[in-house]
Design a protein around this ligand. Structure first.
Ligand SMILES: [Zn+2]
Length: 340
């Protein structure tokens, strides 16, 4: 098969790779008609996360089940399935509590790399959710978004306790931030403030339900959120970046008693203890348990109630994956879809 491999900073290649095989009896092999590049792939791409050996890339996937191992019971060849970046048994106590991304049997969701034509998915029965029917082609981008960026934005909004009567602010205008706006709207938030300085992203945020746009960032961004909320701060803030500046912006934009849902992968962040102590802000986040939300998200997408696939503003053949990385790195694209 063809698959994407990262060799070092800014060195992405699509090359011939071994076809994934069933290794464990709980595995499935799926064929990936579409795949994509994630904002978190940019950490190793930029060399922030060191790349010590050639690494198959991609952890967002949807596809057709080709083959299942002997112990797989519910997932069947021919089904169209959606998974996420961690495989989980969906039966342990942690999974049952809704934290499948901390499953006691957690492992990478697509260890062979999902920016490829095929992938091996461990713990298929626990990890994969089948769609009711084979979806039409135009729903594939949205289902692919459910696999990570939508599920992650949704968790951010849930963790921030977005809901009726709440003012929700979203820090970060990447795909996850934009879809946190969509999630906050679906969860019934009254007012949604998107923090973005990029015109096309502001437009999509508005389409997804943002009522206000704040272009300032850092302290000026915090001051603007306070101005918009009678000096109190937002009830709920989603942090979808993962830097020191963005997390502190989120905490400082939240009113006492409010909630921050943090879903940007934190990199070298330190929270000043005394400031946090006196903030009275709840912090909840981490790697999103996308599996918890997949059945609901698939239903919303298949019934065309939401269109998260609009975050894909660049479409390329898989062979041109490197161009997709470049476009996202240079912020020319929100998110690149790759067709194999
Ligand atoms: Zn589990």
């Amino acid at each position: 098969m063809r698959g994407t491999v990262l060799y070092g900073p800014r060195d992405v290649r699509v090359e011939e790779r071994p076809d994934p095989q069933i290794i464990e009896p709980t595995d499935a092999i799926i064929r990936l008609p579409v795949t994509c590049v994630c904002g978190s792939d940019l950490w190793p791409y930029r060399g922030v996360d060191p790349v010590t050996q050639p690494t198959p890339m991609g952890h967002e996937y949807v596809g057709i089940v080709e083959e299942v191992g002997s112990a797989v019971r519910t997932i069947k060849p021919g089904q169209f399935v959606v998974g996420s970046f961690f495989a989980s048994d969906n039966t342990c106590e942690i999974c049952q509590a809704g934290y499948q991304s901390s499953c006691i049997h957690r492992q990478p969701g697509a260890p062979t790399g999902a920016q490829a034509q095929y992938a091996r998915i461990p713990l298929a029965d626990g990890t994969l959710v089948a769609t009711p029917d084979l979806p039409p082609d135009d729903l594939l981008p949205s289902l692919l978004a459910a696999s990570d960026v939508l599920g992650t934005g949704w968790f951010g909004a849930v963790a921030a306790e977005a809901g009726p009567g709440k003012t929700v602010a979203v820090v970060g205008d990447g795909a996850v931030g934009l879809l946190a706006v969509l999630a906050a709207k679906q969860l019934g938030a009254e007012r949604i403030i998107a923090m973005s300085r990029h015109e096309p992203r502001q437009q999509l945020a508005r389409e997804y339900g943002a009522t206000d746009i704040v272009t300032e960032r850092g302290d000026a961004g915090v001051a603007r959120i306070k101005e918009l909320t009678d000096g109190l701060g937002a009830h709920s803030v989603v942090e979808a970046v993962g830097t020191q500046e963005s997390l502190m912006q989120a905490i400082r934009s939240t009113r006492p008693g409010g909630h921050v849902g943090f879903v940007g992968v934190l990199h070298d962040v330190a929270i000043p203890g005394k400031e946090f102590f006196f903030s009275h802000v709840h912090l909840h986040g981490g790697p999103a348990p996308v599996r918890r939300f997949l059945p609901e998200l698939i239903e919303l997408i298949c019934n065309r109630k939401i269109n998260p696939g609009k975050v894909f503003d660049l479409e390329l053949p898989l062979e041109q994956a490197a161009a997709g990385y470049r476009a996202m790195d240079e912020r020319r694209a929100i998110k690149a879809l790759l067709r194999s």
